[in-house]
Design a protein around this ligand. Structure first.
Ligand code: S3P
Length: 429
């Protein structure tokens, strides 16, 4: 496909964006709807490629699911209603789909085979296959079940207490989903708190979960009941406009319906720390998740340090935060973020290499990056998303402050989490 010519030299950015549905919550709403009894209706679902992969996998498991744009209806038959698939389950680019699905399949007395795209084939899976095997699932795959294709036969699980070696909501969720089907109480201990959408959703579907500091426990054998889920807007998608509004001259953007779950709002803390001109109005709770409106304007920014337990609260926003830091005064250090190496791409390398092509002063470190901000415009060049949606969107925002032509290769990747991204961005010109 031809490289996309991006908008550059943008002198204003004004208007309102209704942020599309949260990716993590959209996946979980379909999954919980599928394993609950009765009908689940989902509103403001994210029709991104990743979440469509989740729908297609559950259809292959015998669940009746209807979608009309952002409205989804799931006819759940309970945990014992899933059927052995007669085709391979293809998760596409979606790490959340494959890891959480393995948790569900671990409790199911049948055989499944899971595959994904070239990026999924490189992503580590023993972080989930090891604990699930300890619970009793039989999983095999390339390189001792580290990589896809993976094959899994489940059933007869026993509860475990498991200390996560890395802070990962996907691993925590996979173990909790298996725990709902195990004999006894399953406990996950997190090194740092990660997004808690799974825990909230268990409660929304009438189940029980106990959280005590970084320990999360579920009891096996619970029955879940279908419900209505209105998915809040994705703060990880809002992040591109938050940064665009702060770094483009004469920027003034209002983002409505943004999910403000405290396990996800690290980017707001960083924007505040860096001095951004921003107002947040928290509103009601949607899907037992807080939401609100954020207004942001062009800002004078200063460098900062991003590390420790802040990292899981903004892990997906680091590419666009790196861009933000190029426009700050002084140095920004991002550390304790080695997990970036095993995302859709190695996001330490892709962020550093692509931003350097546009003239940014940024270096990779073993667990993050250092950005020397100089508050200056970037230059033109040809960059690539490398098939990573968040790298593609970050580069489209970078182009806005570039004074030469910028071409983006593989721009289609944005459809993984934000199919209307370019239209929403253009509405602000
Ligand atoms: C997600 C958890 C995070 C995040 C991913 C979505 C989830 O991954 O990066 O985009 O929905 O649980 P890890 O659990 O691997 O950190």
């Amino acid at each position: 496909m031809e490289a996309k010519k991006l908008k550059t030299n943008q002198k204003t950015l004004n208007g309102k964006v209704v942020v599309p549905g949260d990716k993590s919550i959209s996946h979980r709403a379909v999954m919980f709807g599928s394993i609950a009894s009765g009908v689940t209706t989902i509103e403001h679902f994210l029709p991104g490629e990743d979440c469509l992969s989740t729908i297609s996998c559950f259809k292959n498991l015998g669940v009746d699911i209807e979608r009309d744009g952002t409205k989804v209806t799931v006819y759940g038959n309970g945990l014992s209603g899933l059927k052995e698939p007669n085709a391979v389950l293809d998760v596409g680019n979606s790490g959340t789909t494959i890891r959480l699905l393995m948790g569900i399949l671990s409790g199911q007395p049948f055989h499944s085979v899971l595959i994904g795209d070239d990026s999924i084939a490189k992503r580590p899976m023993t972080r989930v296959t090891l604990p699930l095997a300890q619970m009793g699932a039989r999983i095999s795959g390339r390189n001792k079940a580290e990589f896809t294709p993976l094959s899994l036969s489940g059933g007869d699980l026993k509860a475990i207490e498991y200390k996560l070696p890395v802070a990962s909501a996907q691993v925590k969720s996979a173990i909790l989903l298996a725990g709902l089907q195990a004999d006894g109480v399953t406990t996950v201990i997190e090194p740092e708190k990660t997004r808690d959408h799974t825990e909230r959703m268990i409660q929304m579907f009438g189940g029980e979960v106990k959280t005590d500091g970084n320990r999360v426990s579920v009891c096996g054998g619970q029955q879940l009941a279908g419900t209505h889920v209105r998915v809040p807007g994705d703060i990880s998608s809002a992040a591109f406009f938050l940064v665009a509004g702060a770094i483009v001259p004469n920027g003034s953007i209002e983002l409505t319906n943004v999910g403000l779950n405290p396990t996800r709002t690290g980017i707001i803390d960083v924007l505040k720390q860096m001095g951004a001109n921003m107002v947040i109005e928290e509103e009601q709770t949607e899907a037992t998740e807080p939401i609100g409106t954020i207004k942001i304007q062009s800002s004078t920014l200063k460098g900062t340090v991003i590390s420790g337990d802040l990292i899981p609260r903004l892990i997906d926003e680091i590419p666009v935060i790196a861009l933000l830091a190029t426009q700050a005064e002084g140095k920004t250090v991002i550390k304790d973020a080695a997990e970036l190496k095993v995302k859709e791409t190695n996001r330490i390398d892709t962020v550093v290499n692509e931003l350097r092509k546009l003239g940014a002063n940024i270096e990779a470190t073993p667990d993050g990056m250092v950005i020397h901000g100089n508050n200056s415009t970037l230059k033109g060049g040809t960059v690539s998303s490398h098939g990573d949606h968040r790298i593609g969107m970050m580069l489209a925002v970078a182009a806005l402050i570039s004074d030469g032509d910028v071409y983006l290769e593989n721009s289609d990747a944005v459809a993984v989490s934000y199919p209307n991204f370019f239209d929403d961005l253009h509405s602000l010109f």
